[in-house]
Design a protein around this ligand. Structure first.
Ligand SMILES: [Zn+2]
Length: 374
């Protein structure tokens, strides 16, 4: 089986000999399409008039799943160029990242994912951002040196990053990127590292004992950097400061917001006794019930009900918007809430001492007093 993507990664269209299998599946000679293998998504494209929907390794053969059957013969095969550029660039970038991480920082690669949207390398140790930044710089050095990505066959004596395993019938393929990486691999790569264009290590995530690094290459890396540049520009505009001053500006705004929240809470606490004193009061079953409907923060409604109950030495009902709280020393608060909710709707409950919940609509103090009178 001649895998053209191993030795001629730039050949993305060529005439191939098709052998038809059952269910619209075919094999080709040579093989242009990289299969779904080794964590790299399959190539897509066309063979003759047929679209390639998937490529997989079945019993050592590379099998193409097509949208229509093809009979045996010669056809022109075309690999989807942008998709291959994406997978091959990211895969080659991963080789460089893993090779340098091992050689320079003693980090062993424990997992790799090359996705169409997200690419990651997992390392065996915890690392911090200064290591990531240094690693990114060294990776970009290798990209700008435009080093050849070579394929070596059956060189069992080469020192490689990972275990040497035959890929098919005794074939051992080693991918070599100058002095930076040598590893056994079955994937598709770019011909030289300069083709990657750009590599960004965008984020890290702690994994058990190790670290997951999210990276992007080529066009995706540029898209990500431009998006971040746009966000920074908008933030600078909103905060009227330079990029370097953004963090300090943000922290100052957070501190101010915290102070203001405290101040507002303090002012409300001062105002609540006045609202409790001005509640409308009604006698129910020889007990006093005070009702106050006012726009106050939802978390203070129960406190206001308690203050009214204290002031009337009976029952306090406080409402803000559709939020209601009842505090009672003499009547059954839960039963009162139910009476009001029977008329106004809503959900909630509680005990004889205290009940709270929401009403289905806004109510007035007069409406509640009329309900309680009856
Ligand atoms: Zn590879």
């Amino acid at each position: 089986m001649k895998r053209l993507y191993w030795t001629q990664p730039d050949t993305l269209d060529a005439e191939v000999v098709v052998t038809a299998l059952e269910d619209g599946r075919v094999t080709t000679d040579p093989v242009l399409f990289h299969p779904d293998e080794g964590g790299q998504p399959p190539d897509l494209g066309t063979i003759g008039e047929a679209n390639v929907l998937g490529v997989e390794v079945v019993d050592g053969q590379i099998v193409h799943r097509l949208d229509r059957p093809l009979s045996d013969g010669r056809y022109v095969a075309r690999v989807d160029r942008p998709r291959r550029q994406h997978t091959a660039s990211h895969h080659t970038a991963q080789h460089i990242i893993s090779g340098i991480a091992q050689e320079r920082f003693g980090l062993k690669t424990t997992g790799v994912h090359i996705g169409l949207e997200r690419c990651t390398v997992d390392f065996d140790r915890k690392i911090e951002w200064d290591t990531v930044t240094a690693l990114e710089r060294e990776v970009m050095e290798v990209v700008t040196l435009d080093v050849a990505v070579e394929t070596l066959f059956d060189q069992a004596d080469v020192r490689v990053r990972d275990e040497l395993k035959p890929i098919e019938a005794g074939v051992i393929r080693v991918v070599k990127i100058g002095a930076w990486d040598q590893s056994a691999c079955c994937g598709a790569h770019v011909r030289t590292t300069g083709r990657i264009g750009m590599v960004r290590l965008c984020d890290i995530e702690s994994k058990k004992d190790g670290t997951r690094v999210f990276f992007l290459a080529g066009r995706k890396a540029l898209d990500c950097s431009q998006q971040e540049t746009n966000v920074l520009r908008e933030l600078r505009k909103a905060a009227s400061c330079s990029t370097g001053e953004l963090l300090a500006t943000f922290e100052k705004a957070q501190a101010q917001a915290r102070d203001l929240t405290k101040e507002v809470a303090r002012l409300w606490t001062q105002m609540l006794p006045g609202l409790a004193a001005s509640a409308q009061v009604l006698g129910v079953q020889s007990s006093k019930v005070g009702v106050q409907v006012a726009e106050i923060p939802p978390q203070l409604v129960a406190k206001l009900a308690g203050l009214i109950a204290e002031a009337t030495e009976g029952t306090g009902i406080a409402v803000s918007g559709t939020r209601i709280a009842i505090s009672s020393r003499t009547l059954d608060a839960a039963a009162l809430l139910k009476t009001i909710q029977n008329a106004a709707g809503g959900k909630g409950g509680g005990s004889p001492g205290a009940a709270n919940g929401n009403l289905g609509r806004a109510v007035t103090a007069d409406e509640i007093l009329t309900l309680l009178k009856n």
